[in-house]
Ligand binder design. Structure first.
Ligand code: BES
Ligand code: MN
Ligand code: MN
Length: 460
């Protein structure tokens, strides 16, 4: 990989400026106002994939946003790596909290990134990360050092739950035949503590609606006499956790895999500072389920969180009113072997059951996804771990993450393939938040590490 590494060293500025071009396209999948930008982003990528010499470059339309595909097949006898990523991004709002515009990338230094970080929506999640694979591939192709076959599948709907990728995968199993899936869409512990993500939580996401009287009421004339949907909704939500912060939905924990004390002891070895954690978030203390550490609460334990809540009057001044309706969006992060469909049903039954007679409730399920845990005793994991050793000079630590990438479990079911989650982001990179950024160190280190994975993996 000498020539490849040399090519990378000589083209660092070019790589960053190309990533900037990609980040300038506001490919927000959730908002229909950006539909043409999402399409333009897919076209931009397809053009770029052709430029760097990939074959079979195609944009596959779906009922939603398109999938971009490309490949390089050297020899059918060689192993094949299927790289997955997403070119769609989260909405940038609240816009006023960005220090520079979300779709005008700039490099600024931070305490954690003294060498500079790229600030833009999608810089880390996931444009900056999947683009590392594109650049690593370009370097290997230019240097004639690509050691195995590669297929590239970059979708435009990850941030909205990948509703159409599942269909595409089911319909294109032959096209997607490979030996391993490789994804950079997660994080690592710190720039001097490399880690490989070995698990993702699943997700059940619901919206609830509580209806009281048939119209908004004067809170003086009717207050005290009818159920206030906002009061009721907040009481119902509060009852979903007990005093130990356990979730009270009957059956919620039935399928949760408990880790052995040995596994938990192993997990506890990962470096973690409670005070640094609190300081970074400006909180006095952490909060969560009794009996578990912060690291465990955020990875191996399921959760229930209100993501948004609204109803009644929220404008200027005071309006004395009892609203007819109240709403909330609620996410539940799931761990093996919880099933998102089952959990959604448990939530729905429970929520309807605890509703007092004075209101009516509706539960509307949104997208979901299954949890995954990836093996650490496989040849592919070792190939990845050795790649990190080659570039960081340290063996990476396996870490289960709290985030979700719903399509990963589906890849395993439909394609029979395991996934290696080689993420290079940091928790402090503010993904989904204002001022999202991605360290130049992380971007370059990823581009340097990926070719070693290809090399190591092809030597089986
Ligand atoms: N890349 C993230 C997931 C992630 C980030 C996993 C960091 C591990 C570490 C992904 O784009 C994402 O945001 N997923 C969503 C789920 C999706 C259905 C909207 C999530 O986790 O909320
Ligand atoms: Mn992502
Ligand atoms: Mn995301």
């Amino acid at each position: 990989m000498e020539k490849t590494q040399q090519f990378i060293g000589q083209n660092k500025d070019k790589f960053v400026s190309e990533l900037f071009d990609l980040l300038r396209i506001p490919s927000v999948s959730a908002d229909p106002a950006f539909q043409n930008d999402v399409k333009a982003c897919a076209e931009h990528l397809a053009k770029h994939f052709k430029q760097i010499g990939l074959d079979e470059v195609a944009i596959y339309p779906t009922a939603g946003h398109p999938i971009v595909y490309a490949e390089k097949i050297l020899d059918s006898a060689l192993p094949t790596v299927l790289v997955y990523g997403h070119y769609d991004v989260q909405p940038a709002d609240p816009l006023e909290l960005w220090h520079s515009p979300a779709f005008e990338p700039v490099i600024k230094t931070t305490e954690i990134h003294p060498e500079g970080a790229i600030f833009a929506r999608g810089a880390c999640d996931d444009k900056g990360q999947f683009f590392m694979h594109v650049k690593a591939l370009e370097a290997m192709l230019k240097s004639q050092e690509l050691p195995c076959n590669v297929k590239l599948m970059i979708e435009g709907e990850e941030e909205i739950g990948s509703p159409n990728l599942a269909i595409f995968v089911k319909e294109n199993k032959t096209k997607l035949k490979a030996d391993i899936i490789l994804v950079s869409d997660t994080g690592m512990l710190a720039n001097d503590v490399p880690s490989i993500t070995t698990g993702l939580r699943g997700l059940s996401y619901v919206e609830v609606e509580v209806t009281g009287p048939n119209r908004d009421l004067h809170s003086g004339l009717y207050g005290g006499c009818v159920a206030n949907p906002i009061n009721i909704l907040t009481q119902m939500i509060a009852s979903l956790h007990d005093e130990n912060n356990h979730i009270t939905i009957p059956g919620f924990y039935d399928k949760v895999q408990e880790l052995t004390p040995a596994d938990r002891a192993e997990m506890a070895k990962a470096p973690y500072s409670e005070s640094a954690y609190c300081q970074a978030l400006d909180i006095k203390e952490t909060h969560g389920e009794a009996g578990y550490s912060t690291m465990e609460r955020g990875s191996i334990r399921p959760t229930l969180d209100v993501n948004g809540i609204w109803g009644g009057y929220t404008g200027e001044g005071a309006k004395t009113v009892i609203a007819s309706k109240a709403f909330a969006k609620i996410s539940m992060r799931l761990v093996p072997d919880q099933d998102p469909v089952e959990i959604t049903k448990l939530f729905q039954d429970h929520f309807e059951k605890i509703a007092p007679n004075s209101v009516r409730v509706k539960v509307l399920p949104h997208h979901g996804g299954e949890p995954v845990v990836t093996p650490t005793d496989s040849f592919a994991y070792d190939a990845a771990a050795r790649a990190y050793e080659q570039t960081f000079g340290k063996r990476p630590i396996p870490v289960r993450s709290g985030g979700s990438i719903p399509i990963i479990a589906m890849f395993e079911q439909e394609l029979g393939l395991k996934t290696i989650l080689m993420g290079f982001g940091l928790d402090s990179d503010a993904i989904h938040s204002p001022n999202e950024h991605y360290g130049l160190f992380n971007f370059y280190k990823g581009i340097e590490t990926i070719p070693y994975f290809f090399k190591n993996f092809s030597q089986q």
